[in-house]
Structure formats: structure tokens, C-alpha cells
Design a protein around this ligand. Structure first.
Ligand code: NAD
Length: 497
């Protein structure tokens, strides 16, 4: 029997009355494993309304009690780690280890939310003028919403709702319609952790549901993660409707390899960071810029990437799984064809790769191009598949100029044994997350996820102190108390015990 994915509205799990049914498929064979009725307008409006009502009481719950819900939640997520990862692997095709990593990086944010009291502390200055003190509080905004992509169905929702709710907000989550079962499980566990009715709402659907969230006056802030075009649309529409918006978008991440780097470390790291997770990571290293003699390592890198074998989520030998959908596969293989037509040197072509018995799945084998130039489509487009583009530069300056000319700025890495080269790179590069001999430099939750340029629209980023600023308002109070008004001083018959 096909599973029916549910919405969570006003503390009730419902199937939804919407006319549009969306199939959730196993990317390894495209068989339907679940269906979800996209929420209709009335259901989305009811979720917002219920979140608005719940806000009135949730914002009064003491911060330590809110933190205790997060503590319980973190514990439950850890207890159910393997179970969530299994659901996630089945609907995304990710290998089990990769699925566990997706969940774990989300658990770390829930863990971070347990520390909410110290993160919400304001500032104080005594005696800003005679007998006058100024101090600030951070207060929640109201109803916040999150719109999330398919590629991290546990981590990215967990970037958003635990911190927003720990701050005292209520939250409406609209996850990707391609893998909604993982978010459903996350919300079930949140309910089990003791979140009161209405504090979190889960609505499934697509653009129709998103458009209501973007325009509804009761939604105060929107967190979005997804592709560039949709990110720009969300940012423009949300801000046009006078909302606070943070929109994390697509990427094209470069890795610069200096000839003094540790060759084996470079090869090992590049294999996983380029084609791992089928290249469906916003921090994947999809462009490798070899400086000077480092280009002589390309044949060895090719040999290592050629050994990578995709497979089923529960195959322990599989390095990665299929891409999410037939449309995603079609896009990747057509970009590979364009790469060849535009004159790049195709060293490995995964277009025809398949897994025996699963020929109808969305498989793409590891693919590698050399002699890629910045005018080619495979360079300009985010491929979001297991495809590595290699380029050459004569000097570090030339490599830095290539990276800085890219419209994206999510992540980058340099591999080198030179502290001076690393220092120059970290200082001059116009990218928000930089790795030095580290391939995928995703900061832990006590920092923030700080993409730049076309990879991010907004100012306050995900998790860490920036997320707390995003999900709160600052109230600054200036107070004067007159000493002459102290009752005991002016009333001679009053005593102090
Ligand atoms: P997507 O943009 O297609 O979808 C993201 C969300 O937006 C989904 O919930 C979807 O239902 C909704 N949506 C889709 N089209 C819409 C429209 N026209 N109007 C309103 N809402 C719409 O993204 P995806 O394919 O699910 O995810 C992959 C993309 O996400 C990649 O580009 C990747 O780089 C990016 N991503 C970025 C980060 C980051 O931190 N920068 C992290 C993960 C993924």
C-alpha cells in the first residue's frame, strides 16, 4: 500500500483536501512510494492562523522551558537517527551513511538551539546619562515560515524551525514536495518532544502554497533554501510584501589546487567533494582549478573518480545514489552533452551508467571534464550532478580572479602547503565559506552558514548568532528612576526587614 504523507495543521495530522496529488518516488527505479495531497489554500491559511494564535501563548513560555523542549527534541532525534536516515535514504536515494550525515548535521543545530537563553541575551549600559540606563531585549517576531529544497530534507528544515521556535516564534514549514516523508518524521518527533499545539505547522505543496506564505500579512519572516531562480523570486516577493527574508540559493564552488599541495590528500578529498552525494550538494566542489604543475595530477584524479561506483541506498559499497528525478537526470545529461559540444575534453562520461535491475532509475555515473573555460555552459550552470569540471591557471592570482568572477559565492577551498598562499586566498577570495586543505567547509552551528553573492539574498544567515538575529527583534529600553521617589526614604515610619 502506498504511504499517504500528512500535513500537521493546528496540532492535527490530516491527509488534506487539495485536488493536486504529488507522487513521492524512489529515485532508484521511479516507483511511487508515497503520495501527498498538496495543501489547498484553506489549509495553508488555517496553518498560518493556528500558528498566529499559538504565538500568543508560546512567546510567554519562559526561555528555559523552550530550551527544554529542544533538549528533549535533540535526544529524540538521536534516538531515532537510523530510522530517520532510512526514510531519508529511501526517498532521496542517498546512501545510508550519507543520509545519516544529513540527519546528524540537523541534530547539531537542534543541539545548538538548547543554548537559546545565552544567544538571546541583550546588551546593557548603565548611566548613559545621570540616573539613566539603557538595555536591550530580543523578542520573537511572530509566525515565521520555511521553504526547503529536496537535497537535505533533514538538515535544512532543522536549520530553521528549532532556532526560530526556541526564540519564541511559531513556524510554518513547507518542505520539498520531492521528499516530504523525512520532514514529516521530524515534525512528529517535535510534537513528541512537547511542542504545544500550533507552535509548528507542516504544509506540503508547491508554488501555490509558497505564494500564500510569501504574501500573507501574518508571516513575518521567510527562510528559503533552493535554486537561484526560485531564491530570487522568493526574496523579491517576500521583501515586496515587507517581510524579512533570507534566501540561500544555488552555487558553483571552486577548489584551487597549488602544486605544493599534498597530492594524495587532494585526490582523496576531490573525489568525495565533487561526485559524492551525486553532486547534489550546494557545497559540492564542481570546479577544480589546477595551478601550474598541479595539472599533472589530473590523470591520477581521473583514475580515482573512475573507480567510484553509484548504487542503492543500502548497498554498503555504493559511493552515492541516483539523482532525485528523471527531470534532474535529463538536465545533467543534457549539460554533459553541451560540455562535449562546446569543446571541453570529456575524460569520464557517466551518461549511460546504470545499476543492474534498476535500469529505470535516475543514474548518472561519475563524469569529469578537462580544459573547461568560463564561457561554457558546464561552467556557467549549476549542474547539480556528479560532474567535475577541471581548469588550469598559471598563477594563484589568475586562479583567484577566476573564482572572484563567478556570480556565486557559497564555498571554496584551496589546497596548499604554503601558509602565505592560504592567507592570500582567504583574504582576497569573494566567497563566504573558505576551506584551507578542507574540501567542504560547512561551519558548525555556533558559526553561521555564510554564503555570498548569487548564492545568498538577505543579510542574516542560517543558524548561529545570525539566525537568532534573523528570528528576533531588538527592543532597546532607556529608563530613568528618581532616587527621591524611593518610598522608604520618604516615609519615616516604614522599615526594611
Ligand atoms: P527548488 O528551488 O526547485 O525548490 C526549493 C523549494 O522551493 C521547494 O520547497 C519547492 O517546492 C519550492 N519552489 C519550487 N519552485 C517554486 C516556485 N516557482 N515558486 C515558489 N516556490 C517554489 O530547489 P531544489 O531543486 O529542491 O534544491 C536544489 C537547489 O537548492 C540547488 O540549486 C542547490 O544549490 C540549492 N541549495 C542551496 C543551499 C544553500 O545553502 N545555498 C543548500 C541546499 C540546496
Amino acid at each position: 500500500m502506498t504511504t499517504q504523507v500528512k500535513h500537521y495543521i493546528n496540532g492535527e495530522w490530516i491527509l488534506g483536501q487539495g485536488d493536486k496529488q504529488i507522487a513521492v518516488t524512489n529515485p532508484a527505479n521511479n516507483e511511487t512510494i508515497a503520495v501527498v495531497n498538496a495543501a489547498n489554500d484553506a489549509e495553508v491559511l488555517s496553518a498560518i492562523d493556528s500558528a498566529k494564535t499559538a504565538f500568543q501563548s508560546w512567546k510567554e513560555v519562559p526561555v528555559s522551558e523552550r530550551a527544554r523542549v529542544m533538549l528533549k527534541y535533540q535526544h529524540l532525534l538521536k534516538e531515532h537517527h537510523d530510522e530517520i536516515a532510512t526514510i531519508l535514504a529511501q526517498e532521496t536515494g542517498k546512501t545510508f551513511d550519507d543520509a545519516k550525515g544529513d540527519v546528524w548535521r540537523g541534530i547539531e543545530v537542534a543541539e545548538h538551539a538548547c543554548n537559546i537563553a545565552s544567544m538571546m541575551m541583550g546588551e546593557t549600559v548603565e548611566n548613559v546619562a545621570r540616573s539613566i540606563d539603557t538595555y536591550s531585549y530580543t523578542q520573537p517576531l511572530g509566525v515565521c515560515a520555511g521553504i526547503t529544497p529536496f537535497n537535505f530534507p533533514a538538515m535544512i528544515p532543522l536549520w530553521m524551525f528549532p532556532l526560530a521556535i526556541a526564540c519564541g516564534n511559531t513556524f510554518v514549514l513547507k518542505p520539498s514536495e520531492q521528499d516530504p516523508m523525512t520532514p514529516q518524521r521530524l515534525i512528529e518527533l517535535f510534537e513528541q518532544a512537547g511542542a504545544p499545539k500550533g507552535v509548528v505547522q507542516l504544509v506540503h505543496g508547491d508554488k501555490t502554497a509558497v505564494d500564500i506564505l510569501l504574501t500573507h500579512p501574518d508571516i513575518k519572516a521567510i527562510s528559503f533554501v533552493g535554486s537561484v531562480n526560485v531564491g530570487q523570486y522568493i526574496y523579491k516577493t517576500g521583501t515586496d510584501n515587507l517581510k524579512r527574508v533570507q534566501a540561500f540559493a544555488g552555487a558553483k564552488n571552486h577548489c584551487v589546487i597549488m602544486p605544493d599541495a599534498n597530492k594524495q590528500q587532494v585526490i582523496n578529498n576531490l573525489v568525495g567533494a565533487s561526485v559524492g552525494a551525486a553532486g547534489q550538494r550546494c557545497m559540492a566542489l564542481s570546479v577544480a582549478v589546477f595551478v601550474g604543475a598541479a595539472k599533472e595530477w589530473i590523470p591520477e584524479l581521473k583514475e580515482a573518480i573512475a573507480k567510484v561506483k553509484p548504487g542503492l541506498w543500502d548497498d554498503k559499497d555504493a559511493a552515492y545514489g541516483p539523482v532525485i528525478s528523471p527531470a534532474a537526470k535529463q538536465r545533467v545529461v543534457s549539460l554533459i552533452a553541451q560540455g562535449k559540444a562546446e569543446g571541453a575534453d570529456c575524460l569520464l562520461d557517466g551518461t549511460d551508467f546504470t545499476v543492474e535491475g534498476y535500469e529505470s532509475g535516475n543514474w548518472v555515473g561519475p563524469t569529469m571534464f578537462d580544459k573547461v573555460t568560463t564561457d561554457m555552459s558546464i561552467y556557467k550552470e549549476e549542474i547539480f550532478g556528479p560532474v567535475l569540471c577541471c581548469m588550469n591557471a598559471e598563477t594563484l592570482e589568475e586562479a583567484i580572479a577566476i573564482v572572484n568572477d563567478s556570480p556565486y559565492g557559497n564555498g571554496t577551498s584551496i589546497f596548499t602547503a604554503s601558509g602565505a598562499a592560504a592567507r592570500k586566498y582567504q583574504h582576497e577570495i569573494e566567497v563566504g565559506q573558505v576551506g584551507i586543505n578542507v574540501p567542504i567547509p560547512v561551519p558548525l552551528p555556533f558559526f553561521s552558514f555564510t554564503g555570498w553573492k548569487g548564492s545568498f539574498y538577505g543579510d542574516q544567515h542560517a543558524y548561529g548568532k545570525q539566525a537568532v538575529r534573523f528570528y528576533t527583534e531588538t527592543k532597546t529600553i532607556t529608563a530613568r528612576w528618581f532616587e527621591s521617589d524611593i518610598a522608604v526614604a520618604s516615609a519615616p515610619n516604614m522599615t526594611i526587614d
